[in-house]
Design a protein around this ligand. Structure first.
Ligand code: F6P
Length: 546
């Protein structure tokens, strides 16, 4: 008898997929392509300006049909509606999940606890735009009357990864007369290196924290205030000109000493990892300006509408999510490699790591029972072509199955000789090599001696998706991010987990609070940890004195 935690595996669609997997798991992509000359054009989907080629996956039409069935059996359609309608689908925190409201049209209505939140979203966007315009134009002056030239965002997790990813992605559109830095780590090196060449009189700090209590962010914010005041002659009034806050917690912001007029609000229904298009994106807006920021929101919205309305078998986020489930749960793949062939997306894999793994790295279902199947795979990656000269060896010839997402733009922002054609040629070649490999006969025919043949043979049958967009713009970046946000949602619905809480980060935070005084006390502390932790603390205390 299946336990409640195995409800998913007891579903007819799941069972059908398991049986189907038995039948097709050894089918080679070479054969699948040979049997169907149209496969490469048929197994594609295009929507919201995104072209997805999913033909190089180890699937047949039947696989897709069954995966779509699974999504239907799991109630994906109703869950999408529940999210868009502001229902409290984050059950463990009793919160709505409304990042989609952050990009909702001004005249729309999404009600949470009896209040239409859309006007609030737009009021904050307007306040951000006004502030950004003043800083960018030089109308906003620092304490000594100088204009602000350097922006330092202090935040961590969702209050850092989204902003830094977006800044890097949209650098082409940014004001090159300004410097943008991102401080996240509690390691003092992060702060020290970020400000070492900055003039306090020209530096504005954005303290970004949903809770405004996060140890790393508040420690860095206090160091920033000390640095700022020291550089500006110690006048407390300087804080008002050099610090703004992005938070849901007005009381803590005021307590820190930031005027609430300089606070940009967001709400508990915006998850940290889904917040880069909220006020948490203030650094993005300062970099690229309000108009481009609104373009980015329009891109998000376009993908939201597609996700909400398109049939599942042509729905890009749903397809991506279901394919992830297919490899994760039926092939036992442990990871997904995200490989942008776009230098500006160099922080995209890091951003996706929080989005995917903090969302779906769960082992109990919504009702608290243990899952009886795998949940989130590990996401990782680096931009191409760099990765080709490092870890691709393992993807091609290692013992692990690693589904890959290749991402690229057809038109480069930096046309330079043949570079872009060479870049894209490499990406297409990798997908081809992974799928089709090179048989031992082919290797032998090329004249390899027998002993070398096994080393030079590529099994192939290694799956990939290719995501192609036209050009990297704020708008297309919005579409790309929303594509992954909704893919993560799709996966979470199938696995029946709460994709919007993150209780797993709590224990380490609590334990560190206990250890901090033990490291700092002058007298030898009474240590009540396990023998390993006790010994490490003693060793640290001994060595830090030297
Ligand atoms: O520790 C995890 C986490 O809560 C993330 O979910 C969040 O993005 C990050 O910390 C930062 O939190 P805050 O914005 O409240 O400082």
């Amino acid at each position: 008898m299946s336990s409640p935690g195995n409800q998913l595996t007891a579903r007819p669609a799941w069972k059908a997929l398991a049986a189907h997997h038995e039948r097709i798991r050894d089918a080679h992509l070479r054969t699948l392509f040979a049997q169907d000359p149209e496969r490469g054009t048929r197994m594609t989907a295009e929507a919201a300006g995104v072209f997805l080629d999913y033909s190089k996956n180890r699937i047949t039409d039947e696989t897709l049909r069954l995966l779509v069935h699974l999504a239907e059996e799991c109630g994906l359609r109703a869950r999408i509606e529940a999210m868009f309608n502001g229902e409290k689908i984050n059950v463990t925190e009793n919160r709505a999940v409304l990042h989609v409201a952050l990009r909702a049209p001004k005249d729309s209505s999404i009600v949470v606890d009896g209040v239409n939140v859309v006007p609030r979203v737009h009021a904050v966007l307007d306040k951000m735009a006004d502030f950004s315009n003043r800083v960018r134009s030089g109308a906003w002056k620092g304490h000594t009357g100088k204009r602000i030239r350097h922006i330092v965002n202090i935040g961590i997790g969702g209050s850092d990864l989204g902003p830094v990813m977006a800044y890097e992605a949209l650098k082409h559109y940014s004001d090159r007369g300004m410097t943008f830095r991102f401080v996240s780590n509690i390691d003092g090196t992060d702060f020290a290196e970020a400000v070492r060449d900055l003039n306090p009189a020209e530096t504005l700090f954005i303290v970004s924290s949903k809770t405004f209590t996060t140890l790393e962010t508040m420690t860095n914010a206090h160091s920033a205030r000390d640095w700022s005041l020291k550089g500006l002659g110690g006048a407390q009034a300087a804080v008002a000109k050099h610090f703004v806050a992005v938070s849901t917690n007005a009381a803590e912001v005021r307590q820190f000493g930031i005027d609430l007029a300089n606070m940009f609000e967001f709400w508990d229904w915006v998850g940290g990892r889904y917040s880069m298009d909220s006020a948490i994106g203030l650094s993005t807006m300062l970099a690229v300006g309000p108009e481009q920021f609104h373009q980015m929101l329009a891109g998000f919205r376009r993908m939201d509408e597609h996700f909400r309305t398109a049939p599942f078998d042509r729905n890009l986020p749903v397809l991506l999510g279901l394919l992830t489930v297919w490899y994760n749960n039926f092939f036992g793949a442990q990871t997904v490699a995200v490989l942008p062939y776009e230098q500006y997306l160099k922080r995209f894999p890091a951003y996706l790591q929080q989005l995917t793994m903090e969302s779906n790295g769960k082992s109990v279902m919504l009702n608290g029972t243990k899952v009886g199947y795998e949940t989130s795979p590990i996401y990782w990656g680096e931009p191409g072509t760099n990765g080709q000269h490092s870890f691709y060896q393992l993807i091609h010839q290692g013992t692990k199955l690693i589904p890959c997402d290749f991402i690229a733009f057809a038109r480069t922002l930096n046309p330079l000789g043949r570079h872009h054609d060479l870049l894209l040629a490499n990406m297409f070649a990798q997908g081809e090599a992974l799928a089709f490999g090179k048989t031992s006969e082919e290797v032998r025919a090329e004249g390899s001696p027998d002993w070398l043949v096994p080393h030079r043979t590529f099994e192939g049958n290694r799956p990939s998706n290719t995501v192609l967009l036209g050009r990297l713009t704020p708008e297309s970046l919005g579409r790309l991010i929303a594509l992954y946000e909704h893919s993560v949602f799709t996966q979470g619905v199938i696995w029946g987990v709460d994709s919007f809480d993150q209780w797993g980060v709590e224990l380490g935070k609590v334990l560190s609070q206990r250890i901090i005084p033990e490291l700092e006390s002058q007298a030898e502390p009474q240590l009540g940890h396990d023998s390993s932790t006790n010994a490490l603390i003693r060793r640290y205390r001994a060595w830090k004195q030297k």
